[in-house]
Design a protein around this ligand. Structure first.
Ligand SMILES: C[S@@+](CC[C@H](N)C(=O)[O-])C[C@H]1O[C@@H](n2cnc3c(N)ncnc32)[C@H](O)[C@@H]1O
Length: 231
């Protein structure tokens, strides 16, 4: 029995080796399956992928389940491919952060929002990660919603892969201290991260039903928030 499994797995590993692509690793799927097990995955999925790129890494994992799918990316080339891949989606080339902040999305009742920012990420030369628009996301969601966003637990690990000048790092670390209300902006461990998101949600009248952290790879994590707001 074990031998059969062993040789089956050896064969699978050998077959996928030439096509193995870490960018396609589906940590998102793991989260979606977890949400389904908790019975939080919406039956009528109204999805926003605010940083979709071509959609071939992440959007494809839930696009077929969506009754409405809105996609945004600022990169024209990426949008061209996204339109080819997702002909039924409402696809927009533009600044989704501006759209989120200024209520320019096409709906305000999304029950699934995906924020997969580039990392490291500086916006308008002064803002970092999702900090400037985090609160505004909730003006665009349904009473019960799921939000998934990418997060950085350890700046040093990230900088090993994507080095940045000192001025950038200082400003980024300071922004992290303020956003996460932490003495250490370099390392925000998942526990601190979760409690910080919980406090933020409660402060704006949102009840967090579930907050999960998962590693996505060596330098990135995913935070999943299931919440409800009174409307
Ligand atoms: C990490 S990639 C997203 C990958 C995507 N989730 C996938 O599955 O293929 C981040 C994307 O955000 C886009 N982006 C950066 N700033 C943006 C903005 N202000 N508004 C919209 N898209 C933006 C970039 O062009 C890039 O394609």
């Amino acid at each position: 029995m074990v031998a059969k499994l062993y040789y089956k797995n050896k064969l699978i590993l050998k077959l996928i080796k030439p096509f193995e692509n870490k960018r396609l690793f589906t940590s998102l799927m793991l989260n979606i399956l977890t949400l389904k097990d908790y019975n939080y995955w919406p039956k009528n999925l109204i999805a926003l992928d605010a940083f979709c790129q071509t959609g071939l890494q992440w959007t494809r994992l839930f696009a077929n389940e969506a009754n409405y799918l809105e996609m945004w990316d600022i990169n024209e080339q990426a949008i061209k491919y996204a339109k080819k891949e997702f002909p039924n989606a409402n696809i927009n080339c533009g600044d989704s952060i501006n759209a989120i902040i200024n209520n320019k999305l096409h709906r305000s009742d999304f029950n699934f929002v995906l924020i997969d920012l580039p990392v490291p990420f500086r916006y308008s030369n002064t803002e970092f990660e999702h900090f400037v628009f985090f609160d505004k996301i909730f003006n665009n969601v349904a009473a019960n919603f799921i939000l998934i966003l990418n997060v950085v637990t350890n700046v040093n690990v990230m900088l090993n892969v994507h080095p940045k000048p000192k001025e950038y790092v200082d400003a980024w670390v300071n922004a992290r201290k303020l956003f996460y209300n932490s003495d250490d902006g370099y390392i925000i461990n998942p526990q601190k991260m979760k409690s910080s998101y919980e406090e933020k949600l409660l402060a704006i009248g949102i009840t967090p039903k579930l907050i999960l952290y998962n590693a996505r790879n060596q330098n990135l994590g995913i935070v999943t928030i299931v919440g409800s707001k009174s409307i």
